[in-house]
Write a protein that binds this ligand. Structure first.
Ligand SMILES: C[S@@+](CC[C@H](N)C(=O)[O-])C[C@H]1O[C@@H](n2cnc3c(N)ncnc32)[C@H](O)[C@@H]1O
Length: 453
């Protein structure tokens, strides 16, 4: 009867990649379950057998049992919802197939092992399936232990083969799939590792970002290993050819790559907003948002007056407020939005928020603001608009600021006019209302050089 399940990362198929801890774990397993995914992965099943043959002592009896893998639909043609549903159904079918095989094992075979390609932490469902199996038996009163042993993953081996670290100093690494790459690519992500890419999606980025540096590797850790490194625009054609030839020879290809922005590519977006300390006029101070300021964002949004003019008219919860605040902080670095907290100089209490979002033609910023209920009627919006406008023109290099309010929210317009903004017109049906209707917007602007009072 089943007692324990071990999930063991075995690296890229070469027994030399199996860690000492994993080798010791292998020698405790009675039955290894291997998904049989058809002929295309026969080589991978053979590689798993080779790892076991090489590392499990001759006096330890074990066997490999192939479990027919349920069929899975064509992922690339699905949208995210259908993709998620398809993967969940597929997992459920796999759990059922494994449970059936394990429950039929003879009494002496109580430790089951799953040999995971690379490391179980990277794009592998085994841990989720084992969790579901453990739950399945727990619901029937049977406690089954399980553990996970790490292996060497494809991104690690890619980095080692190219003799590079995956990240640059102090910078993050973004790991994604070929399916998502083109939609989510942005040089601001930094170093991007791409796995599970059946079509070499980086080819679709080559025209827009030819200067990215590509570090590509296929069949890593096997005798057929292939490596290419170079400027994306220069080497993408070569990688496509090498990859097509290899697929022809093997019937399948497994590759992983890193896209590293050069300094030029990273600078392709708008310039970051310049850092600034607090700006003040003696009565009000504005200072850049930090992630700790999420409660100001929440409280400025979640009050009757703000919700009355909101597009959706629904309060944000704490998690949403934290997420929006984190995006604002990141937006400053990306040059997308400069968001400030208004602070009452007399008490040091947060009084509201004001932000400038880069929009439309270069040099244009859209201003948004809101004051907390306790501080309304004290002219804080006008003060904040003057402080931030001066900063936007003098420090951030903007040439024109715009703002607008729904028809009816005249107090907002009066505060803007006192800070020098000029009403420029009425834009029909521009702003959504919570009930599905739309309101006209009164639009204002202030151009660099115009007085702010
Ligand atoms: C299902 S994921 C499994 C990843 C694995 N758990 C790991 O730690 O690398 C399969 C993807 O891993 C990458 N991969 C696996 N083996 C590879 C190899 N030998 N060479 C290059 N990439 C490989 C490919 O991106 C492939 O599409």
């Amino acid at each position: 009867m089943i007692r324990s399940i071990r999930v063991i990362g075995i690296g890229m198929g070469d027994p030399a990649h199996v860690t000492g801890e994993a080798a010791r774990a292998l020698a405790t397993v009675d039955v290894f379950l291997v998904a049989d995914k058809g002929e295309a992965t026969a080589d991978l099943v053979a590689a798993r057998q080779a790892v076991c043959d090489a590392l499990i002592p001759a006096d330890h009896a074990y066997r490999l049992v192939e479990v027919a893998d349920p069929r899975r639909g064509p992922d690339a043609e699905r949208d995210d919802t259908a993709y998620g549903r398809g993967v969940r159904d597929w997992h459920a079918a796999r759990v059922a197939a494994y449970a059936e095989v394990i429950e039929a094992l003879p009494a002496g075979e109580s430790t089951v092992g799953f040999l995971v390609w690379g490391d179980p932490a990277f794009y592998d469902s085994t841990i989720r399936i084992v969790d579901a199996l453990v739950e399945h038996w727990a619901a029937r009163g049977l406690a089954v232990e399980h553990d996970v042993v790490a292996g060497i993953s494809a991104p690690q081996l890619l980095a080692a083969r190219h003799r590079i670290p995956l990240n640059r100093i102090g910078a993050p690494i973004h790991v994604t799939t070929g399916r998502r790459l083109v939609d989510e690519y942005d040089p601001a992500l930094g170093d991007v590792v791409v796995m599970l890419d059946g079509r070499l999606a980086c080819a679709e980025l080559a025209d827009a970002f030819p200067d990215l540096e590509l570090f590509w590797g296929a069949y890593l850790g096997t005798p057929d290993e292939l490596l290419v490194r170079g400027r994306l625009g220069d080497v993408v054609g070569e990688v496509q050819r090498v990859r097509a030839d290899a697929r022809e020879r093997h019937g399948w290809v497994m590759d992983t790559y890193l896209l590293r922005p050069t300094a030029d590519a990273a600078a392709a977006g708008p310039p970051a907003f310049p850092p600034t300390g607090p700006l003040g006029d003696g009565v009000l101070t504005v200072r850049p948002f930090t992630v700790a300021d999420w409660e100001v964002l929440r409280d400025e949004h979640n009050n009757e007056e703000s919700l009355r003019w909101d597009f959706e008219g629904r309060p944000v919860n704490d998690a949403e407020a934290r997420r929006r605040t984190a995006l604002s902080v990141r937006g400053w670095r990306l040059g997308r939005v400069a968001r400030f907290v208004m602070v009452d100089a007399a008490t040091g209490r947060p009084a509201g928020t004001i932000g400038v979002m880069r929009v439309g033609p270069p040099g244009t910023g859209l201003v948004g603001y809101g004051v907390l209920p306790d501080f309304r009627g004290r002219g804080f919006t006008t003060r904040a608009l003057r402080l931030v406008s001066r900063w936007a023109f003098d420090e951030a290099g903007l040439a024109r600021l715009e703002l607008g309010h729904k028809v009816g929210n005249e107090a907002s317009g009066r505060a803007a006019a006192r800070a020098g903004f000029r009403a420029e017109g009425r834009l029909s049906g521009r702003l959504p209302n919570p009930d599905g209707t739309r309101s006209d917007e009164i639009y204002y602007s202030l151009v660099r050089g115009e007085p702010t009072s």
